[in-house]
Design a protein around this ligand. Structure first.
Ligand code: HEM
Length: 486
């Protein structure tokens, strides 16, 4: 029986491919392993076999898993042959429910065989450009002001305020980011869309199977459609006129390729994943770590005082990372330590990586983020511990360029990294000077809320359990940031 199965589902292996790791259940062993353990399955195999790269035979195909920083760099040098853009184009149809017509335009030349231009690549170029210089500055400033408005609007009272930290952080940052991107008429100003995005994203894998989401995950499906309706309205009313250069640049590209308004709303709905889903848990962990460690909190407060005393602190000249090296380090360490998921690439044509390993066309390459992030060689003997000060102590050049994967790298380096860093640092500075925060647990200690890594599309784990806290105002600094001029 196993032999019959192997003949039916098996694949033809080539001796030049990365080594195939054996599986206990013929054909399905690795598939089951991945289904039940997600990315930790790759880490387990890496620990067992120690290969820098290996192949997993799957029913009717294979996966390549890359673990070594050297090979990750080699992948980054081939953005067209080992393509992230192709993956982005392929998932948008299922995730966003775009029309067949729009999907055809999206996939047209996604392989790059007809020259440089395609909707995905031009869209990405426009995105990168819109998030630099003035575009970056004004988006950051609008976001910081929106965050300040949320913080100012919270009534803490004399006896303090109890709240769910993850929900509160999500609320401040969802409004801040979406105001920065979409302007004052952002659909996310309807705060129920915040929860809609969470419900929608929690079923990412079901959407990606392409099997009727309206039947299988009706709540997530309805949530997505509510966001789509919000964006239809937004574009119908030309609300993008008061939005960022980013939303306008993306719109110009979509229109230039003939994408119709109802699909534009769907593209922008999917964009919620990129602009929010990694940023929100990064902000949460940064704030959680700072408030849960009294010494770190004191250091952060000192840095925040210095940073906020600069009248131009919200502008690009303020150098938040330089003035708040410990807060910046805590954020980076949060990205390193709470990492999840894997970077994915599609092999567009047969390719020999590093002149060593044959990668076959139409195969998916996965680079699990946790492997380089917990590598003792790169990070030293405390690689498996959270060290908020790590990045303020360690010489940047001593870290291998592919050992820190949280913003990707090469042609696909995250264009939102500076924006995210500035926003998270600025809001953290406001919070540490404004509030005293204590955990509402029976022991009175900050219990680690553990990781929810169920969403394979994001690179930072969300907290699994609630962290209820009590906020008290500590006076002194009041934000009044809304008065900042753009
Ligand atoms: C802490 C927050 C963020 C994290 C951790 C993050 C992470 C990443 C990572 C890991 C990649 C590369 C994926 C890969 O190579 O496989 C990426 C790409 C990207 N990110 Fe971010 N991101 C964040 C915030 C943002 C924001 C706020 C935006 C936009 C406003 C954004 C837009 C993008 C885009 C458009 C790409 C694709 C770039 C390309 O392929 O050329 N990201 N991000």
């Amino acid at each position: 029986m196993p032999q019959t199965l192997s003949r039916f589902f098996g694949i033809k292996k080539d001796g030049s491919e990365p080594p195939f790791v054996p599986q206990t259940i013929p054909c399905f062993g690795h598939l089951i392993g991945v289904m039940f353990n997600r990315t930790s399955y790759y880490a387990k195999l890496r620990a067992k076999y120690g290969y820098p790269i290996f192949s997993l035979a799957m029913p009717g195909g294979r996966l390549y898993i890359i673990n070594s920083p050297e090979l990750i760099l080699a992948v980054q040098k081939q953005p067209r042959t080992l393509s992230f853009w192709f993956i982005e184009a392929s998932v948008t149809k299922r995730l966003g429910g775009i029309s067949d017509r729009a999907n055809k335009i999206l996939l047209e030349n996604a392989r790059g065989e007809k020259g440089e231009n395609s909707l995905v690549v031009d869209g990405m170029k426009a995105t990168h450009k819109a998030m630099m210089a003035d575009g970056l500055d004004s988006m950051t400033l609008v976001s910081i002001r929106r965050a300040a408005q949320s913080i100012d609007g919270l009534e803490v009272g004399n006896s303090g305020k109890e709240l769910d930290l993850w929900k509160w952080v999500r609320h401040i940052f969802s409004l801040a980011v979406t105001a920065g991107v979409y302007g004052p008429k952002s659909p996310y100003e309807d705060v129920s869309l915040e929860q809609n995005l969470q419900d929608y994203a929690s079923q990412t894998l079901v959407f990606l199977t392409g099997l009727a989401p309206s039947l299988l995950v009706p709540k997530a499906y309805a949530a997505r459609e509510r966001i789509v309706a919000g964006f239809e309205n937004y574009f119908r009313e030309n609300s993008f006129d008061s939005g960022s250069e980013l939303v306008r640049a993306r719109l110009r590209v979509l229109q230039a390729y003939g994408i119709q308004p109802q699909d534009i709303a769907r593209f922008e709905t999917v964009n919620g994943f990129g602009i929010l889903l990694n940023l929100l848990p990064t902000a949460f962990w940064t704030i959680w770590h700072i408030f849960s460690d009294p010494n770190l909190l004191q250091d952060a407060q000192e840095e925040a005082r210095l940073f906020l005393s600069n009248p131009n602190w919200a502008s690009s000249d303020s150098k938040a990372e330089d003035l708040m090296p410990i807060v910046a380090s805590t954020m980076k360490e949060s990205l390193r330590y709470h990492v999840s998921g894997a970077a994915t690439r599609m092999v567009m044509e047969d390719y020999t990586l590093n002149n060593q390993y044959l990668l076959k066309k139409d195969t998916m390459v996965l680079m699990p983020n946790s492997v380089p992030h917990f590598d003792f060689e790169n990070w030293g003997p405390n690689a498996d511990k959270f060290d908020a000060y790590r990045f303020s102590k360690q010489e940047p050049k001593r870290i291998h360029p592919a050992a820190f994967r949280s913003f990707g790298g090469g042609a696909n380096l995250c264009p939102g990294r500076l924006y995210s860093t500035r926003l998270i640092l600025a809001v953290t500075a406001m919070l540490v000077l404004r509030y005293d925060m204590s955990p509402l647990t029976s022991s009175g200690t900050w219990d680690f809320p553990s990781h929810d890594e169920s969403n394979a599309a994001i690179v930072v784990a969300q907290p699994k359990r609630k962290t209820m806290v009590k906020l008290k105002s500590i006076g002194g600094f009041q934000s009044s940031l809304q008065s900042l001029v753009i």
